[in-house]
Design a binder for this molecule. Structure first.
Ligand code: ADP
Ligand code: ZN
Ligand code: ZN
Length: 733
């Protein structure tokens, strides 16, 4: 359809569109008269916006607009059938409203990269060829002088053929090219026949069987299940068997996993059970792959869709079940731009779809735990390890006054040595990469700090440098103190590089593998590590948070937490919860297969309630205890929080802006705290401040957040200032 002059186009109805612009509302356009029939919601259209022409998504149509005098006309309709169905469109609109983020920028989350550019969805089948009109006109025994071409023609006379089948029949690409040159055939997309052949499952344990039966019983209706199973208890097996149930009756399952959990192993495990019917969606995919998998999810050629956070917005043909694995994981929370919780959005999606959802974890978030305790979620517990694995033994090492080598106490060192002597593997956890977190001058006390952030620089030896872990700035090592010119520069504290060095000295004949984000670069680094450990050679893995999730290391029998104290005393209200989760997850890495495991926690605070109890009491009891203190303080999961964040070139600018936004605003039933500078007030050259909205009831907090956003939109913000709303924030500091 040719572009039309917006003024002269006769309208035949109003189209409300989400457009890519920082607007909280839809924009109205006139539908040109040449378009007959209704325009369905979820269809992409091309519309004028300012001086640009952009891709919008139809949300609804009507006969009236509040802006009739200024209406412009949409210029093109891009789809004959909607790309976003009603339920996904409802989810996207809910998310934009709930998370107070511009509508058009949220709605495009339902489209693949090429669809956002206005191109048709990617083909999902096998690439192949079919006869065109001219080719169809050929007699049966044509092309006899070119036997390969004749063979190809005979095959095509039966119907379209994929390149794969043609090749198997002895027809090469060269032959196909000749037929294309003769204008007899054309490219086509051949739909794969659904090839779901579900392999037999493991006989479930009693606990697994109970969970599977309970989940399957609620199918076809919304219900939320919390699957709380200790590490190695067979949660994944429960997912697989519930998915089988759904897939067998022709429905799809959506599986969300944390960033680091989406490994080739997990995909392989699904493929082994279900065959090649899986669409995989994660941020590391090339756009073209993402396009194809997105389209496979939409047209149903994928029975199972596995992805990270943003896959919660993947289109689904006939969804029947949603699973969120490691639901407590922080990577489900988008931390910038459109800030949303993938887990919470998944629960909303299940509600809209009226299907069950399973949240699984060894260490459920207190939000989900609260819902389970309150009876809003069905709780299923797996207390025993599947197969023959045993529970590890655990002990605290009080390191006060001890001589440490690279942070390691004599007790931990001898435990590691024993483990190696028995031909087994050890895993040590230290949550700080680099050599040391601080470099200072021994004579005047100068500390190396980042010029862009309120943060210390970390000393790295490989290669020698000072690096900021907040803005990635990197500089060479100083040879003398910039303040007093002393050459006595000393490092303080412990990082993985330093402990690695100590281990190499203590255990000269042992393979030491450092696993942190400096050493584990590339998508397959984790897989290589897992494969290496699977070989069973005795070794020591020294790693950061990276090694606490996702992978199973079945031959590891000794686990050590080198410095639990670095995890204590967080200023955030979720600090204790995170500590409990981390310690439980690390401890869960020990003794997964038939070998019994041992866990050691080094601390100077052996009397700290969580450190003391994490070894003795089950996660659920401790979670309930922390939950109580939260509830008493009216902090989530009771009550609600929102944070209005602001980045600016000068701190005062941001503080003034937030102050002007809240000026003379009296929110109903909630408290405003701030404006305050953030805990790290300057990061990457920008000053950060925020305003906290806290209330006992979510609805009032949301109402205040929306009102403040509205005021911010209508106020004049200084150049370079950016604000955003963070609903149910992961961090409140
Ligand atoms: P989780 O996801 O809870 O960490 P997995 O599902 O990965 O646990 O199971 C841990 C190990 O136990 C895997 O090697 C798995 O094959 C095995 N397993 C799980 N369920 C069973 C079962 N019912 N019988 C035998 N082995 C099982
Ligand atoms: Zn000095
Ligand atoms: Zn920095």
């Amino acid at each position: 359809m040719p572009p039309q002059d917006p003024q002269s186009a006769p309208a035949n109805g109003i189209v409300h569109c989400a457009v890519p612009a920082p607007l909280f509302e839809a924009l109205d356009y006139a539908k040109p008269t040449v378009v007959e029939g209704p325009l369905q919601p979820g269809t992409r259209v091309r519309v004028p916006l300012g001086r640009r022409s952009v891709i919008g998504v139809v949300l609804s149509t009507s006969q009236h607009s509040d802006h009739e005098d200024k209406l412009r006309t949409l210029t093109e309709i891009l789809d004959t059938t909607p790309l976003i169905d009603d339920k996904l469109l409802a989810l996207l609109q809910w998310a934009a409203h709930y998370y107070v983020y511009p509508l058009g920028e949220v709605v495009i989350s339902g489209l693949s990269p090429r669809e956002r550019r206005g191109e048709p969805p990617a083909p999902t089948g096998l690439a192949g060829i079919e006869l065109n009109q001219r080719g169809k006109g050929l007699p049966e025994h044509a092309l006899r002088r070119a036997p390969k071409q004749a063979l190809c023609l005979r095959l095509l006379q039966k119907g379209p053929q994929s390149f794969e089948t043609l090749e198997q029949a002895g027809v090469s690409r060269a032959v196909v090219r000749e037929l294309i040159a003769k204008h007899l055939v054309m490219a086509c997309d051949i739909k794969r026949p659904p090839s779901i052949q579900i392999k037999p499952h493991l006989p479930p344990t009693r606990e697994q069987a109970t969970a599977i039966a309970a989940i399957n019983q609620t199918q076809r209706h919304f219900s939320c299940h919390l699957l709380h199973g200790i590490t190695g208890s067979g949660k994944t097996e429960v997912y697989l068997q519930c998915i089988a149930h759904v897939v067998e009756r022709g429905q799809q399952a959506l599986v969300l996993v944390p960033e680091i959990g989406l490994t080739p192993q997990i995909i392989q495990r699904f493929e082994q059970r279900f065959g090649p019917v899986i669409a995989v969606l994660h941020s590391g995919l090339a756009d073209s792959e993402r396009d194809r998998h997105w389209a496979m999810a939409r047209d149903g050629s994928a029975a199972i869709v596995i992805g990270t956070r943003s896959a919660v917005f993947a289109p689904l043909h006939n969804p029947g079940l949603i699973i969120v694995d490691e639901e407590h994981d922080a990577s489900f929370q988008q931390q910038d731009g459109f800030r949303y919780s993938g887990r919470d959005t998944a629960v909303k999606r299940a509600q809209l779809l009226d299907c069950p959802i399973v949240l699984g974890s060894a260490t459920p978030s207190l939000e989900s735990w609260h819902n389970a305790v309150q009876g809003r979620y069905h709780l299923h517990t797996l207390k025993e390890r599947a197969g023959s694995a045993l529970e590890p033994s655990k002990s605290v090492i009080d390191i006060r006054g001890l001589d440490l080598h690279g942070g390691l106490s004599p007790t931990l060192v001898s435990a590691v040595k024993e483990t190696l002597a028995q031909g087994q593997q050890a895993l040590l956890f230290l949550n700080r990469r680099g050599f040391a977190p601080t470099l200072m001058c021994h004579d005047c006390g100068w500390v190396a700090g980042c010029i862009h952030c309120d943060a210390r620089l970390t000393l790295h030896r490989k290669p020698p440098s000072l690096r900021c872990h907040h803005c990635n700035d990197r500089q060479g090592l100083p040879i003398k103190c910039p303040d007093c010119s002393s050459k006595r520069l000393v490092s303080e504290g412990m990082g993985t590089e330093q402990t690695e060095l100590a281990l190499q000295t203590l255990l000269p004949d042992t393979r030491i593998i450092r696993a942190d984000s400096d050493s584990m670069t590339g998508r397959h680094a984790m897989t290589h590590l897992a494969l290496e450990l699977e070989s069973g050679e005795p070794c020591v893995v020294l790693g950061t948070q990276l090694i606490t999730k996702g992978h199973h290391f079945p031959k590891v029998t000794c686990v050590g937490v080198i410095d639990a104290d670095s995890l204590l005393f967080s200023p955030d209200f979720r600090g204790e919860e995170r500590l409990l989760q981390l310690l439980t997850q690390v401890a869960g890495r020990a003794g997964r297969a038939t070998l019994p495991g041992r866990v050691f926690i080094q601390t100077r605070h052996a009397e700290h309630p969580i450190i003391k109890q994490v070894l003795e009491r089950p996660y659920g009891e401790l979670a309930t205890q922390i939950l109580e203190t939260r509830l008493n303080a009216a902090l989530p999961p009771s009550g609600a929080l929102a944070v209005m964040r602001c980045d600016s070139r000068q701190l005062q600018q941001g503080m003034d802006f937030l102050a002007s936004v809240v000026k003379s605003y009296q929110p109903q039933q909630c408290r405003l705290i701030g404006p305050l500078p953030a805990a790290m007030a300057r990061r990457a050259g920008l000053f950060r401040c925020h305003l906290i909205i806290h209330g006992k009831q979510r609805s009032f907090v949301l109402q205040a957040a929306r009102e403040l956003a509205k005021r911010a939109v209508h106020s004049n913000s200084p150049q370079g200032l950016r604000w955003s709303m963070d609903i149910d924030p992961a961090e409140s500091i």
